[in-house]
Design a protein around this ligand. Sequence first.
Ligand code: UDP
Length: 465
Amino acid sequence: MEKPHIAVVPSPGFTHLVPILEFSKRLLHLHPEFHITCFIPSVGSPPSSSKAYLQTLPPTITSIFLPPITLDDVPDPSILALQIELSVNLSLPYIKQELESLCSRAKVVALVVDVFANGALDFAKELNLLSYIYLPQSAMLLSLYFYSTKLDEILSSAFRDLTKPIEIPGCVPIHNKDLPIHFQNLSSIGYKGFLERSKRFHVPDGVFMNTFLELEPGAIRALQELVKGKPKVYPVGPIIQMGSVGHENRVECLTWLDKQQEPNSVLYVSFGSGGTLSQEQLNELAFGLELSGQKFLWVVRAPSSVATVGYFCAETKDPLEFLPHGFLERTKEQGLVVPSWAPQIQVLSHGATGGFLSHCGWNSVLESVVQGVPVITWPLFAEQSLNAAMLTDDLKVALRPKVNESGLAEREEIAKVVRGLMEGNEGMEIRKRMGLLKIAAANAIKEDGSSTKTLSEVATSSRGF
Ligand code: UDP
């Protein structure tokens, strides 16, 4: 008998392509009765990391590349979410065409779209398919989406007490500054875009989130109350990439880590698939790492005043040229610096790695949790400051360096926090707590784990696929 199909629409960019495909792989692993067809929107030619990843997909996932679009009229190129959303919206006619064609030749039962590909949800109604959003992020962020209309009233009030933390139901109270970056300017297009997107969460039958009950119990329960049954919300994580595909710095990083004698002695420093620092901040970080005296493995990217610049474009400059004069020579026994990319999953799972200075993209957060590696939070954009607040204030598995009035983390502060995490008493407590989360994460995806059960219930229930 012909297998039922699930159509999947990711968004362009490595960190919105990989998570939904990893989710697809997980679904197929638990429920091999399905076949998945994935329609991939792209801006220009896909980055080499995405291409290499796509070659590793199993034959039960068919990928169809949509014609690439060009992004000439982005309202504000610094807002990554809008760029990604626009690129999917420009691809909608192709998505519709491919989806209709698939429905005419196969039994398609459901459409699952990445959060930024929510424009495609309307086709599910037209074609009578069940529809789902895959949010590759936290329950806290989903709560913020559902709570945003109420929050907008609070934030817009002239009488608001700015010193009072914001209380998103079920979540740790957070300071205004830790809300996603666009919340700092309520008339910005980034903020308006967030509000618009939040309305789209009411369209699908369900929303999958890459989190698990034991990580965010309060937020998940509050969400289930908040949405009142439509859409259904499903924590199905942690879903992370298992083993990264052949990156150029792989051998060098892993060989260097193998040579480190002490377990948990290396701080891994990385800002995700495209995060960048200013030149001034890059210098302070370099001096701070050196001053800390701790071992480090640092993925360096060429500096820029726009933190998201590396996300879509391949690096054209040599990042190592931007390091302070003499830094590489002085630290050659202390650390390894690699340009642009490291095999993060393998680095985090290596016994020598004992800390992660991270921009707190949600994939990095989950990868750290899964490997039990404590964190130094360094949020740059999107909802990363929300994630950082969760790690430091709620879960207490991270330290956060203080910044000066210009937003710069200075070298002495960096050195202090690095030493605190890697060898201080507080660091030890943090490491223990992260160890417990690691166990909880592994349990959630065991055969009888909370996330496994949730995903299987959707797939087998009469209302599900
Ligand atoms: N990543 C990697 N090597 C790098 C940088 C990033 O393998 O040098 C992977 C990392 O393991 C994670 C993803 O890229 O899976 C980054 O996702 P995240 O959500 O943390 O951040 P974003 O790239 O969306 O800012």
